[in-house]
Design a protein around this ligand. Sequence first.
Ligand code: CMC
Length: 417
Amino acid sequence: MCSNIVDFKINGCHYKFPIVYGTYNKAINIAHLRENTEFITFDPGLKNTGVTKSSISFIDGEKGILLYRGYPIEQIIKKCSFIETSYLILNGELPNTAQLKHFSEKIKEFNCINQNIYKILDEIPNFCHPMGILSSLTYILTSFTNYLKDEDMYFHLLAKLPILAALTYRKKVGLPPSYPDKNISYVSNLLKMFFYIPNKSYQQNTIITDALDKLLILHADHEQNCSTTTVRLLGSAHADLFSAVSAGISALWGRLHGGANQAVIEMLEVILKSGGNIKKWLDKAKNKKDPFRLMGFGHRIYKNFDPRAKIAKKVAENIVKELNISDPVLELAKNLEEKALQDSYFKEKKLYPNIDFYSGIIYQAIGIPKDMFTVMFALGRLPGWMAHWKEMKLNMDPIVRPRQIYIGNKKRNIQKN
Ligand code: CMC
């Protein structure tokens, strides 16, 4: 029988702490630790800290398992679309036909943005990174919407983020703004808003639509990752959802998080240009005096393999083959993966390719420029961010306010008359 209590001996005294059980894992509830013992816990990076109870996604990093609402990612990829996955993540169950129709229609209902947002975008210099633009424009939505019901905010964001992403891309490449097409699917519309050229007829390509749909699904949620934690952090202070998602986008931009997808392709191109000497670059990544890290390798939770990376690799191989692209970067990526997985440093530290290692190759095949890769990740992660915000509100989680170990000066007086 499982015990519900753990017994700690601290400085000779015994203290009892309750155990919290989840579906697959367990934690020690230390809510009263400080009040009983004067100690706090010290866990930089929150590597060992459960911050909430959640039923959205589950990762078993040792076994390489990822579940969305209990369903394995491998099944979702085969059987669901991104929009069904978004419904699942937000609502807990897969939609029936009527629910899916209603969900899609509601998104289309909010498929437009205030004209003044186009003017704001016009004023942003072209050299700004698309993630900075997306985060700013998402935040600006707070000024263009009166008080909204939570339920409507989800639809507003699912409808408007693709428009903002497409506008950002089109401004960068000098295309006029495009508008949503209500008659096609969510991902087809996203692609059309990106690539539609006014004086040319637009042809949908199912290979591209399917690859992007899959990539968005792979990104849809990933439990308490850095950007989701950011969204929850803001939500815990009762900030509004647009502000929280805008902050989530900023966190995602970081190179150790979603920004890794851009960094991977940049790294692979540099390796290729410098002659493709893989050993030299692996040695650099292993050298502790060199800040270089093998981008797209390693993960806080996955210590065996990242199931998303396995699927992304197949999608990358497929799209490159189907579109008849000869991509030396894909070949280099596969060689690099093989060599790194044989290397004792990567083996001992359990460093495997993560989702970002292959996603850039897919985006490039689709025609999306490097500095837009993380924007695409954000579009995929949106349902996860919103589901966590929703869950946090339903759970009535307290405001997030960690403690610290203060190492500054002791109290002193200013020596000045
Ligand atoms: N290349 C070389 N060494 C590495 C790498 C790497 N990519 N990743 C980790 N290590 C080493 C690290 O130096 C450390 O060595 P030591 O124990 O000797 O100090 C050890 O492995 C553990 O690394 P860590 O940084 O303490 O692990 P973490 O859990 O804090 O960081 C990570 C996880 C993803 C930030 C890290 O592996 C990394 O920087 N990877 C490259 C960036 C990347 O691909 N990020 C995308 C993550 S997946 C998508 C997402 O969630 O956004």
